[in-house]
Design a protein around this ligand. Structure first.
Ligand code: NAD
Ligand code: UD1
Length: 337
């Protein structure tokens, strides 16, 4: 029996595949390469010595996706496939709703039809909106501020309704905090297109000389040094949480929600310092105005993931910076290098 991995050639999917293969799991991977490259499959093979079974399929193509179910014995799914850029989602809401929601409808219809009613879904800390306090627990109120976040929250609710209607389902919703870093080999990592939106990919490009300086978006937040605080998590730790979640899904039915973070918040300037310490590279920065929509602080209470999944993060911030830097230096232009 195989686990279907949607969006498997993306940043988090590729790292998760490496961990699942190491655990001896059988996989079938689908992606339409709208935000990833075919060579990721070669890189995964270089790391693991295994070639994963892969289909280039768009989740919006129901018939194409059904062929994958007809040709394989799938009994569960880890669903990464989705569009994820917040700013782009505000500019192209229909594209985001169509891709993320319709893709999930097709997937769930087929998981149901083929009796594979186990799903681990990639949600995000964005569903907590601007939390009233930190650390954030899974039972905090939910809200969103942009179409990307809406798709995550809607899918969470849709999956819950699917379970309410059919108690054979097992649904694990993983709410990721801020995934960064890369596999220690430097063979796979995050490959943003154009100017990076997120902090770490921007810093790695400053470190490699591709960009002159980091713009620190605001230093008047209500935090220890005035810059925004987030819960950064090593992508390999995050990947391992999926193995635990799928193992749990194989033994229980129901719907459950897990924060996947370290539980520690770091400010933008903490990250600059940690990066400089881990790599010996200077990161020049300038304080610039706040980015609209940003919040002061966001970090997890990850206790539930430890208690119910037996998972907790192993890597610290300097290891995250070291591995992000290693990936960038080995692949200055991402997978096109
Ligand atoms: P990514 O863009 O690197 O990977 C997503 C993959 O899905 C890409 O390879 C893309 O080509 C594929 N895809 C998108 N739409 C598809 C479709 N219709 N059919 C087939 N394939 C499709 O993103 P990631 O960082 O690996 O994120 C994976 C998931 O985790 C996403 O759902 C994202 O929203 C969620 N998430 C990411 C973060 C983060 O900071 N990276 C944080 C929280 C949640
Ligand atoms: C991003 C996503 C959010 C998602 C979260 C976790 C955006 C707008 N939001 O938010 O939906 O849930 O990741 O994956 O992409 N910063 C700078 N300079 C930069 C870039 C960022 O100072 O060039 C600051 C930000 O103001 C913030 C921190 O760095 O305080 C982290 O930013 P980022 O990496 O974009 O993550 P989130 O803001 O958490």
């Amino acid at each position: 029996m195989s686990i279907l991995i949607t969006g498997g050639t993306g940043f988090i999917g590729s790292h998760t595949i490496v961990e699942l293969l190491a655990a001896g799991r059988e996989l079938v991977v689908v992606d339409n390469f709208c935000n990833s490259k075919p060579c990721v499959l070669d890189r995964i093979e270089q790391i693991t010595g295994k070639r994963v079974k892969f289909y280039e399929v768009d989740l919006l193509d129901y018939d194409g996706l059904e062929k994958v179910f007809q040709e394989n014995e799938i009994d569960s799914c880890i669903h990464f496939a989705g569009l994820k850029a917040v700013g782009e989602s505000c500019a192209q809401p229909l594209r985001y709703y169509h891709n993320n929601l319709t893709g999930t409808f097709n997937l769930c219809a087929l998981l149901s039809k083929y009796g594979a009613k186990r799903i681990v879904f990639s949600s995000s800390a964005t569903v907590y909106g601007n939390p009233a306090s930190v650390p954030i627990r899974e039972d905090f109120p939910l809200s969103t501020t942009n179409p990307y976040g809406e798709t995550k929250l809607m899918i969470e609710r849709i999956l819950k309704d699917i379970y309410e209607a059919d108690h054979e389902w097992s649904v694990s919703i993983l709410r990721y905090f801020n995934p960064i870093g890369a596999h220690s080999s430097g063979l796979i990592g995050e490959d943003p297109q154009g100017i990076p939106n997120n902090l770490l990919p921007y810093i790695t490009q400053v470190a490699s000389g591709k960009r002159e300086f980091l713009s620190v978006f605001g230093n008047d937040y209500n935090t220890h040094d005035g810059t925004g605080v987030r819960d950064y998590i090593h992508v390999v730790d995050l990947a391992r949480a999926h193995l635990k979640a799928i193992e749990l899904a194989e033994t229980v039915t129901g719907v459950d929600y897990f924060n996947i973070g370290t539980g520690t918040g770091y400010s933008v300037l903490d990250i600059v310092n940690a990066y400089e310490k881990a790599t010996g590279k200077k990161i020049p920065y300038k304080i610039t105005p706040r980015r609209p929509g940003d919040i002061d602080m966001c970090y997890a209470d990850p206790t539930k993931a430890y208690e119910k999944l037996g998972w907790r993060a192993q890597y610290g911030i300097e290891e995250m910076c070291r591995d992000a830097n290693n990936w960038q230096m080995k692949n200055p232009n991402g997978y096109d290098s």
